[in-house]
Design a protein around this ligand. Sequence first.
Ligand SMILES: Cc1ncc(COP(=O)(O)O)c(C=O)c1O
Length: 236
Amino acid sequence: MPFKVDEIREISNKYEIPLIEDAAEALGSTYKGQSCGTFGDFAILSFNGNKIITTSGGGALVCKSTSHKEKAIFLSTQARDAAPHYQHSEIGYNYRLSNICAGIGRGQMEVLDERVRLRRGMHDFYTELFQNKEGVDVFSEASAEFHSNHWLSCILINSKKAGFSSEELRLALEAENIESRPLWKPMHKQPVFQDAPYYGRKIAEELFDNGLCLPSGSNLEDAEKERIMSVVTQFL
Ligand SMILES: Cc1ncc(COP(=O)(O)O)c(C=O)c1O
């Protein structure tokens, strides 16, 4: 889902904070007709195995100038000085995408539009499935300016209004061997960061407690969708 690009850009300009766009999931999404991954001073796209298109692993860095591009390539290819031997005046990394993965990625770009169409179809499927159910919101675009690839279809459940919790629905699906998952556990709730300071309100926690990611793959067959529909309908 595209972020509130104009509002974030305004803050970034006002305080002179570079805008780094995490568009890992957002390839094929647009805001006011412009592609996600092109708004930041830098942006990243993920081609991990679970993304809308994949190179099995890896991703891309998008930037706005040749000098930034050259610096990123330098740092991601071990920061070698211009010398016949291996010499390093800066610390570099081995973050390059292999040529084999890049080749797969170029082929995958050709199926992007079709994948977006299918993922958006999954969103429509859940919108229809839950349309008459009070207390269940399917994450949707805020206005016509936002165009989401709907890589993942998620719902938010108000258990008081709905009469059930996200965990109860998750367990009902699991009992039929249909995988769903809570939304992401916030960083400050991760055991590894339990001693770290935390700033903020409870929004991320509420999303984690009440949200559910539903089967969203672009390869779901009609029979699989019918099974999801039947299990959810029975549960409701
Ligand atoms: C929003 C977001 N940022 C970053 C990442 C990390 O991407 P990668 O798995 O390619 O390192 C992911 C992927 O899971 C993601 O969904």
